[in-house]
Unconditional design. Structure first.
Lengths: 302, 302
DNA sequence: TCTATCAATAAGCTCAAACTATGGATCAGC
DNA sequence: GCTGATCCATAGTTTGAGCTTATTGATAGA
């Protein structure tokens, strides 16, 4: 009883249980037969009951042995699988990744995810969407491993890398006079009510988003505030006003809305991946690296 | 890689993962700290990845380590449970017992089972009912561990022990003239059609069963043959004739049937437990031993 | 009765897991 | 900034558990 069981005991037991012959089992295990007999005897002492009934001519399992055999086999198999799993997690081939992202990056995130999960099918990705502040907070308190935001600035604790850049476009109702063409000058929208998220939701993002209007000398006044792009676009489609949006949120437009390219100096929104500085887990590297192939495509806006 | 993993590695790993401190974990394991460091290092080499990130001031789990910890704990727990289970099976405290019994002994078997499964709640009892020949065949070919039969003779391969004895009683329709009393002389049933199982189903049992009639000088002629007692009794209740039955099959009678004690020299049916000779498993001994307390009760016929 | 088979036992050896002692890195406090 | 405490890693030594070979003992078949 003071003797502790070891996997050796299980491996030897399974071999004997399968061969029902100490000599052959020993051969299979590449040890001599007495060593095997000794170890099995030891195991029986630990368990407290006979596992084999041996005569000098034959070996067979006792009931306890028969009950133990599948369990021992199972245990060894599970252990092997668990070791393998741990190895895969360590190499970043498996595991779980918590990704927090801003809702307006949904399209780009989903493209990126598709690329990533092809490469790492055994990684479970958990998604959390929210506003920029939520995303960064989740990252800092460790709830998320990666944050995906727009146009954030580097901080001491957070490292950024580019996921994609995209231009801004105008979204206007189909009955709008400018809706005939494919392009529009921002100045042509000066008289229309602007539908956008509140500046308080993200100063930097708001300023970038309204840059095309300010470039055209318009005094930006938000007529209708909405917290998410889907609602903004629905309001445009209802004819309540116009909006300026990052390209990717306009890929799917409802019937009443139309997308126009903006004339004038190009302004881009940069979608960034944020990680905690010093977090060099292979899984993270793999996630970031997965962007490289997609980046070009996302930038073209298709 | 040529190094094989052992349970020691798992035990040590779990200790360190829980303490997050090599010194304390070593203390808990009753070994010196360097030995622990060495074994953990070895485990990491086997798995192929780091399981702990150590600085000289702190120890924390890597992702792989965090993934492995619950699995290792689980594995150790399961192994302990499996060892315990094997021990219980070996001592006859758990396991599975296949019991084959003749249908006419159902009442007694169920009483016996209740007593047994109180004592051995972890033993799974599998029941198979059939005719005497089925029961004995199942026992001999190893499909059953115990057979319960009536009045069988010892054979070389089969050992018998008494489970219960019970007297025979008469079963008659309620409109029968003798149904007024509590007792009847077998001779009073001479004119009634006899309902019973065919002699071919069990010569010895048949002869015992009809002994009361033959004692009364009746020439036994079965008017209606049925293979099971339930049907026989239903036929009696329907007024088709009378029968002689072991007490226990008459404990529950339908409306039209009545049980009468038989006058004359008492004849008993002995219910026997049959086991393969030399089968001395503790579980069997326990099953047989469980009868002792019930035997007296069964004999009184209550 | 003899021989072959096969598990158990005996005795010696070997290597790995343990120990003790020490080194090196980091943090707290005067 | 130095000193002491803490704590993991390394080095060298020791011990014992598991392996080996040789042998015994039991059983079945010729």
């Amino acid at each position: 009883m003071d003797q502790r069981i070891e996997l050796r005991h299980l491996r030897y037991f399974v071999a004997v249980a399968e061969e029902l012959h100490f000599g052959r089992a020993a051969q299979r295990l590449h040890i001599a037969q007495p060593a095997l007999s000794q170890q099995i005897r030891q195991l029986e002492k630990i368990v407290g009951v006979e596992l084999f009934r041996r005569t000098s001519r034959s070996v067979r399992l006792t009931e306890a042995g028969a009950a133990f055999q599948p369990r021992a086999r199972n245990l060894l198999g599970r252990l092997a699988a668990d070791l393998d799993e741990a190895g895969r997690v360590g190499r970043g081939e498996a595991g779980r990744l918590d990704v927090a992202f801003i809702t307006s990056a949904t399209a780009i995130v989903s493209e990126h995810l598709r690329a990533f999960s092809c490469r790492r099918p055994d990684v479970q990705v958990k998604l959390h969407d929210g506003f920029t502040t939520d995303v960064l907070a989740a990252l800092e308190r460790g709830t998320a491993d990666v944050g995906i935001v727009r146009d954030a600035e580097e901080r001491d604790a957070i490292e950024l890398s580019l996921l994609a850049s995209e231009r801004f476009v105008a979204v206007i109702p189909t009955e709008h006079p400018a809706a005939r063409g494919d392009r529009v000058e921002a100045g042509a929208l000066a008289a229309d009510p602007l539908i956008l998220f509140p500046r308080s939701a993200g100063t930097h993002a708001f300023d970038l988003n309204t840059q095309p209007l300010r470039n055209a000398g318009i005094d930006v006044q938000v007529a209708q505030e909405c917290s998410n792009w889907h609602t903004i676009i629905m309001f445009v489609a209802a004819g309540l006003g116009v909006s300026i949006a990052p390209y990717s949120v306009t890929t799917l437009l409802p019937a009443g809305a139309r997308r126009l390219e903006l004339d004038g100096p190009p302004t881009v929104s940069r979608i960034l991946m944020a990680t905690r500085r010093g977090d060099d887990r292979p899984l993270l590297q793999a996630f970031i690296a997965a962007s490289e192939s997609r980046q070009a495509i996302a930038t073209t806006g298709r």
